[in-house]
Design a protein around this ligand. Structure first.
Ligand code: SAM
Length: 373
């Protein structure tokens, strides 16, 4: 049995794969960010009158997926005659690959088209390796905060999920624990942003969640990605290749909040979040189609199902592998590598055999939040 009482620190298992692997394999994440640019453009119209324009990207990973958007926003600001110094703060966990991020912004990595530090004077890029559940900058100093696809990670796992890998397949009791953890985390996140934001400043975020139709990442019709992760992980257990404990320990430290859960802190004017001066100015849900599936559909007979599977599975691997590796962390590295390779290879073979219904469409809940002026 798993020890369900212990609080499990998740910091070590969250990091995305480094060296630019994350951005290269997550075109869907970039597409989702590019679609919310109008919400940020709108925020630029009413920025606080601070001497220094501080912007922040919370949970930015290697910065690659949001780089084009920030480059465009900064170019627009300068074109509008706003010459204030800009401080751009990228935050993520201490384990994040900040080196790639800094190299990317300075045009020292890959495609340099959007290396905005090279194109503008008075733009200063900083990094912060402290988690976003804490306040990360001085009171009332942030003009525009942004976060994409990051706040579904809970600060700690409230329990392991015994017969599934994700809260979407948890028992009602397990799910209630994740829900309570996510509610406490969301309040902490919002209160921290309330302190950081200057009056009139905005926080725009898009987070994985469950939409009005019950859809979520990789579960938008047809196959369910988290059920398939569970299926292949269970097969390794049933074949005696991993232990019962290793099976259970592969629990994603994530909670997909419903729209209701996201807006709960704003419902009541006497809530801590409202009292801290935050108001919700917009919420909507967004489906971003899986780019790999879109390519496969367009290619018709020019792409085989095996080629499609070989393009789809690496994108799931980019953000999920650390969970399965960590579950195996008492083993030598060579064994871990063999097991995770076998796991993803089995999933790839499943998709290659019958690709219908397999796609990683993104479901996001978008929110625009403003600090009272
Ligand atoms: C799926 S990636 C999203 C990266 C990027 N924002 C995007 O949309 O492509 C999630 C990121 O959130 C970071 N993250 C998770 N928990 C965090 C926390 N408590 N504080 C800061 N970053 C966190 C992870 O390390 C990871 O880089």
């Amino acid at each position: 049995m798993a020890d369900k009482s212990s609080k499990l620190n998740t910091q070590a298992v969250l990091a995305m794969k480094g060296a630019g692997y994350y951005s290269a394999r997550t075109r869907g994440a970039k597409n989702a960010i590019d679609k919310v640019r109008p919400m940020l453009e709108d925020a630029l119209q009413s920025l606080p009158e601070q001497a220094v324009l501080r912007l922040a990207d919370f949970g930015a990973a290697d910065g690659g997926t949001s780089q084009e958007m920030w480059a465009g926003l900064i170019a627009n600001l300068r074109a509008s005659g706003d010459s204030r110094p800009i401080e751009m703060l990228y935050t993520d966990l201490a384990s994040n690959d900040f080196s790639t991020l800094f190299r990317t912004m300075q045009g020292m990595q890959g495609d340099t088209t959007h290396a905005y530090q090279n194109s503008h004077e008075n733009v200063f890029v900083h990094g912060c390796g402290t988690g976003f559940h804490q306040q990360l900058m001085a009171d009332a100093s942030l003009c525009l905060g942004f976060s994409a696809t990051a706040m579904h990670y809970v600060s700690e796992k409230p329990c392991e999920i015994e017969d599934h890998v994700h809260m979407v397949g948890a028992t009602p009791e397990e799910r209630a624990k994740f829900s309570a953890q996510a509610a406490a985390d969301w309040e902490r996140i919002l209160l921290a942003r309330a302190s950081e934001l200057a009056p009139g400043g905005r926080f725009i975020c898009l987070n994985f969640g469950i939409d009005e139709k019950g859809r979520y990442l990789g579960h938008t019709g047809g196959q369910s990605m988290f059920d398939n992760f569970t299926l292949h992980w269970r097969t390794l257990r049933d074949a005696g290749q991993i232990t019962d404990q290793e099976f259970i320990r592969a629990t994603f430290a994530q909670h997909y909040r419903t729209v209701k859960e996201f807006i709960a802190p704003f419902d009541n004017p006497s809530s801590a979040v409202r009292q801290a001066g935050l108001n919700l100015i917009g919420v909507e849900t967004q489906l971003t189609p899986c780019p790999y599936n879109a390519l496969y559909q367009e290619a018709g007979t020019k792409m085989s199902s095996a080629e499609y599977a070989a393009s789809l599975i690496p994108t799931t691997r980019s953000w999920s592998e650390t969970v399965f590796r960590t579950a195996l962390d008492s083993r030598p590295e060579a064994e871990i590598q063999t097991l995770v390779d076998a796991f993803y290879s089995a999933y790839e073979q499943q998709v290659a055999a019958d690709p219908s219904g397999h796609a990683m469409d993104y479901i996001h809940i978008l929110m625009a939040i403003e600090k009272q002026a």
